[in-house]
Design a protein around this ligand. Structure first.
Ligand code: NI
Length: 167
């Protein structure tokens, strides 16, 4: 959990840049990809990454403009990436204005439980990382370029003139 807003922002900046890198690789055609008939499309998974920022943080009372949970999945990858950036930037700007470090100890009603804001921020970050991992798998299936996250991707190994590890 985070003790200061700055602690969260440092981590969020790093993670949201990685998410943005992945979203920037999506194509409009790739959005309709389904790994299997019963799972959501690549586009709807990517959109969940966007809308969950407002869905989760609005429960804490933070007020900011961002795509809401019920918003329809956009038809273009660009709209999705732009919406992500806007949600992320507006959330950070609102937090700087509306919260202090002490706010992180305040409790909110979250999904039937009481969470301090510091926990909500941790969950927001873990939730993003979890779904981004799923997204990169679907991106592979769609034949898209996958950016490295915590290490080089297959393409990045190749560009560095090295062979990617087999496992
Ligand atoms: Ni989720």
């Amino acid at each position: 959990m985070y003790h200061t807003i700055e602690e969260f922002m440092n981590e969020w900046n790093h993670e949201s840049n990685l998410t943005k890198k992945a979203l920037d690789q999506l194509t409009d055609e790739s959005l309709s990809l389904k790994a299997t008939p019963e799972y959501r499309t690549l586009g709807s998974l990517a959109w969940h990454l966007v809308t969950s920022i407002h869905e989760m943080l609005s429960r804490t009372g933070l007020e900011f403009a961002a795509a809401e949970h019920e918003a329809a999945v956009p038809a273009t990858a660009k709209e999705m990436a732009d919406s992500y950036l806007m949600a992320s930037e507006n959330m950070i700007a609102a937090m700087k204005k509306q919260w202090t470090d002490q706010s992180l100890n305040e409790m909110d009603d979250m999904y039937g439980e009481k969470w301090p804001k510091s926990l909500t921020l941790s969950v927001l970050n873990s939730h993003q990382i979890h779904h981004r991992g799923q997204l990169t798998v679907l991106m592979r299936l769609a034949g898209l370029r996958v950016p490295g996250m915590y290490g080089p991707s297959r393409e990045e190994w190749a560009e560095a003139g090295m062979e990617a590890p087999a496992n």
